[in-house]
Design a protein around this ligand. Sequence first.
Ligand SMILES: Cc1ncc(COP(=O)(O)O)c(C=O)c1O
Length: 342
Amino acid sequence: MSNLFNKKYCCFTGSGTTAIYLILKALNLQNKKIVYPTITCMAPVNAAVYAGYEPIFCDVSLNNYTMDLNSLKNILDEYDVGVVVPTHVYGHKCNMKEISKVAHEKGCFVLEDAAQTISLSEFSDASIMSFGHTKILETEQGGGAIFTDDERLYGNLKIEKALIKIKPKNINELFDTYREKYYYIMKNKQEGFNNYKEIYNLQINSKDTFIYDADENNEILEKVKDIDVIIKERNKRGKLYEKYLDNSLVDKAQGMYDVLWRYSFLYKGNREKLLEKVREKNIDISSWYPALYHFYLGEKKQEFLNSKIVEEKIVNLWVNVNRAEEKIKQDIQIINEIMRKV
Ligand SMILES: Cc1ncc(COP(=O)(O)O)c(C=O)c1O
């Protein structure tokens, strides 16, 4: 794996979340802040909390929904930051060269989250990938990997890795229970019920569901042999959406990508209605992610103007290889018809 991804060291572990956790424990920079983009998965942010860090956030760009460089510069001027986590959300590449430059100028460690892509930057200090459910290199057993050129960090990672427990046998059950609770809380619209706070508490109490080590997973080595086909097929599906989705109804991303995780765009109409009507037709559609600052910053008021727009308008569609291109074309027709009505 380290040869394939052009890094000196690769360390396998139980999940992508655990990969981040281990790096943060090995760095031992808990006395400084860690910066994530507000639009990303919650699990990597929880990894920081589990490792004893206080996460803070920076806004995202409206072009490709990844970390906004100016927002990051402001954060780095304002706070004592130890780690920056550029994240290639939906497969869109962040500007790793510039992000790493400003982060390194402030003495920060750059931890690239490549869970939603499969190419690693030469500018990061360490990078993580995930082989979990729905990921580009998804495997049944899942897992995560850390890549780095830093020998000292690699040595410390091994020490931290020996301290965590092995994946529980009932991990699927644990995760199903967690997921049930998550959606139960998110659907609760009762007045006075603070969904963000409840989700935060759920996450903080779910460390055992997310942090664990695992034996190496040979399925990954088989999977990476098909990497070129996977990239080609996913991007072919992405191009169908790009070509056939009604341009007048969506703001398409401008960003670069090597491989798409989901085809994502900003919808100009009523997003919630669109999700509802498309799901009625049994087409997979999601609105990942809610902006994460709501969950972690509590009462602290901070404006993230672009993230607010993204969380209200983002729509993601599937590009998985097991989805026939003809089916995707039919789905696009249905989605266009629905978008014209709602
Ligand atoms: C951007 C991002 N980072 C990290 C992770 C964590 O990976 P895993 O599910 O293997 O713990 C995920 C997936 O949940 C993710 O989407």
